[in-house]
Design a protein around this ligand. Structure first.
Ligand SMILES: *[C@@H]1O[C@H](CO)[C@@H](O)[C@H](O)[C@H]1NC(C)=O
Length: 327
């Protein structure tokens, strides 16, 4: 018998290729007083206004560019294989330097550098990125110009780890995919899901500038929205009348037994114990909610589609398992 070093196989189950994206957090940032940025998603993931930004109701929270920001709840990316993040931002002329519109991740306490994060920024080019560590490991989409000043822009991006796709949208319109070859890390595995440096208006790099601008309508979904759904997130004038993906705008309705509902329920009820620390074979259900489930693995050398696990020696491995069902 060989002695084997203890290894961890970390798995993020992406349950969602045919399921709807769920809205995890929705901060309209439309308060007029207080320090609580209320979450309207139903998840109770409220944010906190820090250092007294001007709260302007439907004109959003005005951040002073000096030290104002909005603190988001801890561990916001945990378990996410894919996501959509979106915010409206109005950057003022006075903005200079490197800054984040929002950043969710970790800061290394020793250096003050980012150490695993997702980011959106408007300068020197409109750009979004995912990194498991610092800037050198960023998978990114970069445009060729900065975001314009003194106008509301809807900034949206999608991360799809299993497909290794990063997509960027400008005012709800797709403008491009990944522009470098760095591998996309599953957001849920960034610092093993433990993130405390989750900010709107502040960078995870302590040396960066703060955002000199106003923000409203921050949303995070647990999957990539479709292009038509993302188009609906750009709604000049802060209208509240049209239903939005995953709620947040009222409306809705429809028959409870629609095939889509059954698919969402079937995929949503799949639960793999110890999904972030697999050490033996896994029982992958082949049916859920009366629907057949087919599994795909991003690395069948490590986990087969039947759940047989071969632990690699001496290193951790991330495997994306995808459950699919069809109507
Ligand atoms: C803020 O936005 C939410 C969600 O649209 C809405 O329900 C709430 O009434 C708004 N609050 C104010 C003060 O306008």
């Amino acid at each position: 018998m060989h002695a084997t070093r203890s290894t961890l196989i970390a798995v993020v189950a992406s349950l969602a290729t045919t399921a709807q994206a769920k809205l995890l957090i929705y901060l309209p940032l439309n308060e007029t007083s207080g320090t609580r940025a209320t979450d309207y998603s139903g998840s109770n993931l409220h944010g906190t206004y820090v250092n007294g930004p001007q709260l302007q109701g439907s004109n959003g929270a005005r951040l002073d560019g000096n030290n104002d920001y909005i603190q988001l709840p801890n561990n916001l990316l945990r378990n996410l294989g894919s996501l959509t993040a979106s915010i409206e931002v109005n950057i003022r002329e006075e903005q200079t330097g490197l800054y984040f519109i929002f950043g969710i991740g970790s800061t290394a306490s020793s250096s003050g550098a980012g150490n695993g994060y997702i980011l959106a920024t408007g300068d020197p080019e409109y750009r979004v990125a995912v990194s498991p560590s610092n800037w050198e490991s960023e998978a990114e989409v970069r445009t060729t110009s900065a975001l314009p000043r003194n106008q509301w822009k809807t900034v949206t991006f999608t991360v799809q780890t299993a497909a290794q796709l990063l997509g960027l949208y400008d005012d709800g319109v797709y403008i491009g995919g990944q522009t470098n070859t760095a591998a996309i890390t599953a957001p849920g595995l960034i610092t093993r899901g433990n993130t405390a440096n989750n900010y709107i208006g502040r960078s995870v790099y302590t040396q960066d500038k703060y955002l000199a601008g106003s923000v409203r309508n921050f949303r995070l979904y647990d999957n990539a929205l479709s292009a038509p759904e993302i188009a609906k997130l750009h709604r000049p004038g802060f209208q509240q009348d049209e239903p939005l993906p995953g709620g947040g705008g009222g409306g809705g309705g429809g028959g409870g037994d629609a095939p889509e509902d059954r698919i969402v329920a079937a995929l949503g009820s799949i639960d793999i114990p110890n999904i972030d620390n697999i050490r033996g074979n896994i029982n992958l259900p082949v049916a859920s909610g009366g629907l057949a489930i087919r599994w795909e693995s991003s690395d069948t050398n490590v986990i087969t589609a039947n759940g047989q696990v071969t632990r690699p020696v001496g290193r951790d491995v991330v495997v994306i398992l995808t459950a699919k069902t069809y109507k």
